[in-house]
Write a protein that binds this ligand. Structure first.
Ligand code: SF4
Length: 302
């Protein structure tokens, strides 16, 4: 499995670099796993966070690299993060389960899939039983997702852009839509339609997230329509208005938050297209969506 890192094509960037020799590709990750936080998170969608929280592991680095990244403290190439062995990562999963997590939520781990699988194998041997959530930018290779099929219960992909212009401008990925649609199709094939446990928590399924960006209401409308046409009731959709601008001097058009009117309009389309899922009310928006990436939950593990 680790051989997949020696000419890495884990994500659509297909860098083919030898990460086992310390050569870095677009994501900036070598063959060690780095993470910056592992904690119960209350701000995921209700059937993921529940009352006790989603056991969220925020991995460092990212293979997409959006200019407005809301988790930039960990996703940037020289991000702070703690190196973790497979055993330490397995222990981290087990610790979250012990704390009462409803699930293990792997945030942006595409570039670490082989190591994550090894850690999940170890953790399952040691008693990990809660559902595994794969939380993704949507910019994923189907081949890599197939490796995850025996492990992942719930997929949580973004569908960020319909337009290749915006995908190129903000994520350096003009092929984003085609890649994400293929990836989400594979995720839905694996997970099936949403299923819930007796406690109302999601146990299987795919939740597609769309983070609204300022001035892109037309693109949001096309994304929502496309989700409805392709996936209908086989997915839940999470329409997010929490966008927070950081250092947007080079992209002044993104230097504001979403207005209430923009969000209301998108919510109306959401209903019009017959989508099922989640809205956020204005009062829920706070810095809590962006937790501290300070090594919380990773103390003492190596
Ligand atoms: S995971 Fe990283 S090194 Fe591998 S193909 Fe993607 S960006 Fe390149």
């Amino acid at each position: 499995m680790i051989n997949l890192l020696s000419a890495c094509r884990l994500c659509p960037r297909a860098c083919e670099v030898d990460r086992t020799n310390g050569v870095l590709g677009f994501c900036g990750a070598d063959d060690h796993v780095y993470a910056a936080r592992a904690a119960l998170h209350m701000w995921e969608e209700p059937p993921l966070s529940g009352e006790k929280g989603s056991g969220t592991v925020f991995f460092s680095h990212c293979s997409l690299g959006c200019v407005y990244c809301q988790n930039r403290a960990v996703s940037r190439r020289k991000a702070a993060g703690k190196p973790l062995s497979r055993h330490a990562l397995a222990d981290t999963f087990l610790s979250l389960q012990k704390q009462g997590a409803h699930n293990i939520n792997l945030v942006t781990g595409a570039h670490y899939v082989p190591q994550i699988i090894e850690a999940l194998d170890l953790a399952k041997q040691l008693g990990l039983t809660i559902p595994i959530v794969y939380n993704s930018s949507g910019y994923e290779c189907v081949e890599t997702l197939r490796l995850l099929e025996p492990y992942v219960d719930i997929y949580l992909p973004d569908y960020k852009y319909y337009s290749s212009y915006y995908a190129a401008r903000y994520s350096n990925a003009p092929d984003y839509r085609e890649i994400a649609v293929n990836a989400i199709t594979e995720m839905v094939r694996q997970s099936g339609a949403p299923q819930y446990g007796a406690d109302g928590m999601l146990t299987r399924g795919t939740i597609v997230r769309h983070l609204m960006l300022p001035g892109l209401a037309g693109d949001t409308a096309q994304v929502l329509r496309d989700i409805a046409l392709r996936f209908g009731q086989n997915v839940l959709v999470s329409l997010m208005q929490q966008y927070t601008p950081f250092d947007m001097q080079r992209f002044p058009e993104l230097d504001r938050t979403i207005t209430a009117e923009e969000y209301q309009e998108a919510c109306s389309l959401f209903s019009q297209f017959g989508l099922a899922g989640f809205f956020q009310d204005g009062g829920a928006i706070s810095e809590s969506f962006i937790p501290a990436f300070d090594g919380t939950g990773l103390e003492g593990v190596f």
